[in-house]
Design a protein around this ligand. Structure first.
Ligand SMILES: [Zn+2]
Length: 332
C-alpha cells in the first residue's frame, strides 16, 4: 500500500487537472508518486468480532457467534404481500433474496458474577457455515469458558442455546449454571415432542441435547425477578411460549437484552405488526414487541438486539404507531 500525502503541490496539480477535465494517467502518477504495482493476494479470513463497553459499573462484551442466512425475506413474513416486504428491505439497502442476521451473544461481568447471555448455534449448520464462532470469539476477547458462572437464556431456539454442549456430550462451560424460564425449558424438552418432524424436530432435538444433560444445574427464573444481581427478567412471550428478555441495570444505566422479542432492524421497528414466520404465537409476539419497544422508548432503555447488525446496540424512538431504531456509535 502506498501512503499518499496530499501536499500543497500535488493538491494544486489535482485541482488544476480536475478543473481542466484532463486528469490523465500521467497526472494520476504525478499525484501518487509512491505508487507501486505489486499484486497482493486477498487475505479473506476474518477477525473474531467482539465489542467491549462499560454498562454502569459492569463490564459488557458483545461476542459474535457469526451470522445466519434466513433465506428469502418474503417467506419470513408470510402474511404480508411479497412486494411490501421486499420494498422495505430494499429501502434499507438489505437483500430481499437472503436475509442475513447476526448473533450477538453478551458476556456481562457484574463484579460478582461472569455470565453469558445466549450461546449461539454450536455446530449446527442449519443457516449456513458462518455461525458457531462463540468459542473462538470468546478466546479472542480473553474470556475463559471455565470462568463463566452462568449461561442465561432468552429462549430455547437452536440459535440461542446450542453453544452449551459439544457434539460429544461435554459441557463447553463446565462451571456454569443454566438460567432460563421454566415454561420455556419444559416446552422444548417435552418427551412427547420428540416424535415431531421437520423444523420442530430440529428445535426439540437441539434443546434436549443442550438442556437435558444440565438438569442438575438448571435455575428457573420468573418475570420481575433477578437472574443474577443487576439482570432482571422481563417476560416477553410470543416468539416462544416462555420467551424472556433481560433488563441489565448498573449505576443508573439500563439496557435491555431483547432476545427475539425484536428481531430485524429493517422491519420490526417500522412494521411491528407484521407476522414473523418464526413467532410461535404471532398475535402475542406482535403485542409483546410493541410493549417492549414502548417501554424502551419511554424509559430510554438501550437495546442490545441478538439479531441486529453487530454489535446490535441502540435506542428506540416512537414514531406514530411505529418505531425507529437509532444505533449507538461504538465507544472506543
Ligand atoms: Zn433467534
Amino acid at each position: 500500500m502506498s501512503d499518499v500525502k496530499l501536499t500543497s503541490m500535488n493538491r494544486r496539480a489535482f485541482v488544476m487537472s480536475s478543473a481542466a477535465g484532463v486528469l490523465s494517467s500521467a497526472a494520476l502518477l504525478a499525484f501518487n508518486p509512491g505508487a507501486v504495482d505489486a499484486k497482493e493476494a486477498m487475505i479473506g479470513n476474518k477477525a473474531p468480532a467482539w465489542y467491549r463497553f462499560k454498562l454502569g459499573d459492569f463490564e459488557a462484551t458483545v461476542i459474535s457467534d457469526g451470522t445466519l442466512n434466513l433465506g428469502p425475506a418474503a417467506a419470513l413474513y408470510p402474511k404480508t404481500p411479497k412486494e411490501n416486504v421486499e420494498g422495505v428491505l430494499a429501502s434499507q439497502f438489505q437483500s430481499p433474496a437472503a436475509v442475513v442476521v447476526q448473533e450477538n451473544c453478551l458476556v456481562l461481568n457484574t463484579g460478582d458474577k461472569l455470565v453469558l447471555l445466549d450461546s449461539g448455534m454450536g455446530s449446527y449448520k442449519t443457516f449456513g457455515t458462518t455461525a458457531g464462532r462463540l468459542e473462538n470469539t470468546l478466546a479472542a476477547a480473553g474470556i475463559k469458558p471455565d470462568d463463566i458462572d452462568a449461561i442465561i437464556l432468552t429462549h430455547g431456539h437452536i440459535d440461542h442455546l446450542s453453544g452449551i454442549m459439544s457434539d460429544d456430550g461435554k459441557r463447553l462451560f463446565p462451571n456454569a449454571q443454566i438460567i432460563m424460564s421454566k415454561v420455556e425449558h419444559d416446552f422444548w424438552t417435552d418427551e412427547a415432542k420428540t416424535s415431531s418432524t421437520g423444523v420442530m424436530k430440529l428445535l426439540v432435538d437441539s434443546a434436549r441435547k443442550n438442556l437435558l444433560p444440565n438438569k442438575d444445574r438448571m435455575v428457573f427464573v420468573e418475570d420481575g425477578k433477578e437472574a443474577v444481581k443487576g439482570v432482571s427478567v422481563v417476560s416477553s412471550r410470543g416468539h416462544t411460549p416462555g420467551h424472556v428478555s433481560y433488563l441489565l441495570s448498573s449505576a443508573g444505566q439500563n439496557f435491555l437484552f431483547t432476545g427475539d422479542a425484536v428481531t430485524n432492524t429493517a422491519i420490526s421497528f417500522s412494521h411491528p405488526d407484521w407476522v414473523f414466520g418464526f413467532d410461535a404465537d404471532p398475535g402475542m409476539a406482535s403485542e409483546t414487541r410493541k410493549r417492549v419497544l414502548d417501554m424502551a422508548a419511554q424509559d430510554k432503555l438501550t437495546l442490545i438486539g441478538y439479531h441486529f447488525a453487530f454489535p446490535g446496540i441502540g435506542n428506540v424512538a416512537k414514531e406514530g404507531d411505529a418505531y425507529r431504531f437509532v444505533p449507538t456509535s461504538m465507544d472506543n
